[in-house]
Design a protein around this ligand. Sequence first.
Ligand code: ADP
Ligand code: MG
Length: 792
Amino acid sequence: MRTTAFSLELQRAKRILTKVNALAPTMRAMSDQKLKAQTPRMQKMLKDGKSLNSLLPMAFATAREAARRVLGMYPYDVQVIGAIVLHHGWIAEMKTGEGKTLTAALPLYLNGLTGKGAILVTPSRYLAQRDQEELSVLYKWLGLTCSLGFDPNDETGNQATVADKRKWYQADVLYTTGSTLAFDYLFNNLASRPEDQYLRPYNYAIIDEVDAVFLDGANSPMVVASKPELQSNLYQLTDEFVRSLRPETDYRRSKNHKSAWLTHTGVLRAQKWFRINDLFDNQHRELYRHISLALQAHFVQQKGHDYMVDDGEVVLLDEANGRLMRGMKVNTGIQQAVEQKEGVKISENRQAVASITYQGLFTLFNNVAGMTGTAKIAESEFINVYKMKVVQIPRHRKNIRKDHQPRVYLTTSEKLIEAIKLAEKLHHQGRPILLIAGSVENSEIVSEILLNRGIPHNVLNARNEANEAAIIKNAGQRNAVTVSTNMAGRGTDIKLGRGVAKLGGLAVIGTEMLDPRVAEQLQGRAGRQGDPGDSWFFISLEDNFISQNSSPVIRRYYRRHIKHFNHKAKSHRLYNPRILISLLLLRDKVMVSQRQTRARMYSYENSMRLERMAFYELRDAIMNAKDYRMTALNWMSHGFDVILKQRSNWDYGHFKAAVNHWVTYDDAQIPTDLNYQDKSALKDFLMHRTSQILDQIESSIADPKQIDQFYRSGLLKAMDDAWVDQVAYLGYLKTLVQPWTLLQRNPMAVYHDKAYNRFKQMINDIAKETIRNLLLSTIDLNEDGEVVVYFV
Ligand code: ADP
Ligand code: MG
């Protein structure tokens, strides 16, 4: 049992609750009409300079009373406390079934009053749609607009027009998913005309299931991909090489098997194999990257756990929830490396045009809050990285669920047999059972054993995500048996069927050792709102979690006992205290190491975020420029400086070559008497020539609007091309900085250094490319009389 520590934030929220409660009778006495009139009244007060905080009690009391009338639900005191916490931009820890959806409606209403937008972010489209449908009635009744951030019938999300999106984002209250929000942000910043943009400044957001979004989602950025990259046969070559490696001698794996690298011997072997002198030389950057990918594919990625081969196609699994990650998310090359390992067709590698993580996205808001059933356990990370405090909200009803001690066995088969035995026993009593498997593969094994025993059940894993919510909803009915992977169905409440409470409620049976936060989340599926329920975990020393992170004590114990293990004998539970304590320690150790991995990601993202913001600012400035020719000339002038700096001594021949390369194809009449020692004279010549060419182009286009478009597209193309390279470079850089760890240099420092230098270089590249784009492009008119520019 965990006790709730004294919390200042909670005390403060409780004091505010008193004020909300004090207003309840007044609200109750109001007619519908008067209650509705509260909205414009408070909007006016805001305009007159009242603060949101001072309006909070009245707004919450209003929305609360309206919820009673419109939805038939009156938010409990604990929900109002949660709502206050959310308004302050903290994380409200509220258990499953406590009613977080309704809780969020109060701060969304309050922040919606400002007209600057309040957004609720859920982990899935299903949840966004469900919650929006349920609550939009309330906002509308109160006179606020509310919309969904996507079209639920549009699976791909590609159909929405700019006008649609603008309308959605204009709503006072918006329900959407994290990934929709992220992709909208990226696409909004890829637009080439201001008319194609639809976002307004981000204001207030509440993130539902915030730990799933921030922590489990920390390692997978959202990526917009573009044109396919040239396919390289390096995948095949490095795959062959990696297959020849000897463990420990040539390569090593981290204890948790999350990374693999070449030893010194391995590096020498690679140099011999590929007949090169220095693997770390810059010219072998790509080779080195592909070796790293092949190492990962072979020694880190496990079939069934990290990916599946489905119909001759490799599908990576989202580690956090065992779901398929189809589509745009992955593009680091690991997909292709795994495809090579599995001998299936290699898919096109597409280049990242833009990418962002949730961490980067939500720093763009003025105020961000979160809610989830499991946050306290990761509080330090929420505070350090996101500057968000976690406040545990008391439950509405006491929790009477029984969480049993984990049962530990030596082998996988023992634990599965015992888990299913228990399930069978409870099933015969009619109790609903939720059986959790640690991977898609195991969920299929469990399902097969159940089938053999004639127990009807539903399977919820990556393969049938579509019915997820429906299945989970029914998981609380009498006799229901549901097999599920870790997080499938998160956010869907399991309500108990008739008579089930009398039987003891839902039984959650975990069959694998899990990250404690995930385990807590799963336990929380049972015992909601004071319901009875139980949770059991069956684990074995062969569990991935343990074997990948094993401590010497456990390893020795396992080796000693597996020798004498008799497969026919009855399974027996381990009580050895040393082992049980070691398991607890191991769990903590893993949490720390996962936190460190994420900390590295955060740090990468931070550098990326700064560059992204700087880049988008430059880009916006171009898009919204008043005088395009002036803007272009400024960039080009910088470009000429860069070009001129490339040589210390210019002469006629070199200068002519440069002019032909950057400025014009026809032999420019370069005066013979130019002073090549005087760079400013050279520059003057170039700028003069540039003006002439631009004059010519402008006169051939004639229409001022189209002239603007010519400049804008030339500039933006230079920017976007350079940014694509930069994003790709930052991606490689993460793998490239690894060798420095061997040389005792801090890889993060190296990363930030290199990332920054490359950014400065990118600006120079943009300037140079702008010159080429504007001076060397071919211009044509199409049938509609529009200017078409063919860039070199
Ligand atoms: P959570 O997200 O915290 O797991 P939900 O928001 O899904 O919980 O709510 C669980 C259930 O409780 C829903 O069916 C919801 O309608 C109901 N509920 C929430 N708040 C109240 C309330 N104040 N009175 C009655 N029912 C409520
Ligand atoms: Mg919920």
